[in-house]
Design a binder for this molecule. Structure first.
Ligand code: G
Ligand code: MN
Length: 314
């Protein structure tokens, strides 16, 4: 069976899409996850039939969800073996046409390892892209030669692997790695989705690093199709969009927040009633600097947190 994992847009708190994930409902063992049965399916070549079933089922679901009120993007994982089969792109297009799936709502996820040593995959992926679907590079950072894949293959979305997300705030390297993937995505005009968000701290750090969207068990486990819409509705009601303030420019006061993230963090902490001193200490401990590259001091924080008051007092 398929379950669907919501993808949350971090700046608005809205859900724009889901990822279809295959699960095996075993009569005795309960819900069995892919790592336990995908290798078997790959050995027996059943994976091609399974992959096609996943594609058809998820694509049909995408057309059911494609209402004007709430269209949902549906991301579908492709197995490397599925991509080797001859006429692979034709098959995918045929299945999408057969179920009337809206191509602009479909995202096909491929892994770096599926693309390894497969220069011929470029053509297949370009054919799919021409058909109007988007392509995501899954588990980004865990394969090899990621950077050359970004250049060679027509990728629209990068999915940062959950191993980097789970290390945020624990291993300084992971914060740096995510930050550099953000830069990479930005400079190559690709969107970014972080996987494996399990804590509020992950959310805070991802937002601060400028990651657009994320999915993870923090919000929910993957859901059966019939629960998805109700869950999204309840989620968006429960969580009003977090206010990420626009970049604050106060050159006449000598403080320019470089890209609004520092300003957003200041407003966030200020709203909790934290003192200006505490806010400055938090920003510095999080490695944030003022536009001029200086450490934050109470006076600079005050100019962002309550600019009117500062001016009034001067
Ligand atoms: O390869 P891919 O990234 O598509 O695999 C996604 C897998 O990761 C799914 O099986 C899904 O259940 C799992 N997953 C998704 N979000 C989380 C999470 O927040 N924590 C953990 N541990 N696993 C997750
Ligand atoms: Mn995936």
């Amino acid at each position: 069976m398929l379950q669907y994992h919501p993808v949350v847009e971090l700046s608005t708190g809205r859900v724009r899409g889901v990822e279809a994930l295959v699960r095996w409902q075993h009569p005795e063992r309960g819900l069995v996850l892919p790592p336990e049965f995908i290798p078997l399916a790959e050995e027996s070549r059943l994976i091609v039939a399974l992959g096609e079933w996943v594609l058809r089922t998820a694509a049909r679901q995408a057309s059911a969800w494609n209402s004007p009120g709430r269209p949902l993007d549906v991301a579908i994982n492709l197995s490397p073996l599925q991509m080797v089969a001859s006429g692979f792109a034709d098959r995918v297009c045929a299945v999408l046409a057969e179920v009337g799936a809206p191509a602009e709502r479909i995202i096909l996820e491929v892994t770096e390892s599926a693309l390894m040593d497969r220069p011929d995959a470029v053509e297949a992926l370009e054919q799919l892209r021409d058909a109007g679907v988007r392509l995501a590079l899954d588990d980004f950072g865990t394969g090899y030669a990621s950077l050359s894949y970004l250049r060679r293959f027509p990728i629209d979305i990068i999915k940062i692997d959950q191993s980097f997300v789970s290390g945020l705030g624990q291993h300084p390297d992971d914060d740096a790695i995510v930050a550099s993937v953000v830069g990479l995505a930005h400079s190559t005009s690709k969107s970014l989705v972080a996987e494996g968000v399990e804590t509020e701290d992950h959310v805070l750090r991802l937002r601060r690093l400028g990651v657009q969207s994320a999915q993870g068990f923090l919000w929910t486990r993957p859901l059966p199709a019939q629960q998805v819409e109700a869950w999204i509705h309840a989620f968006e009601l429960r969580r009003p969009p977090p206010a990420l303030s626009a970049p604050v420019r106060t050159p006449e006061q000598g403080v320019t927040a470089p890209h609004g993230l520092e300003a957003a963090r200041i407003h966030e902490l200020h709203a909790t009633g934290a003192s200006l001193h505490t806010i400055a200490a938090a920003l510095n401990s999080e490695g944030m600097r003022t536009a001029s590259g200086m450490r934050w001091h109470v006076s600079s924080v005050a100019k962002v947190a309550a600019p009117g008051q500062v001016r009034a007092r001067v």
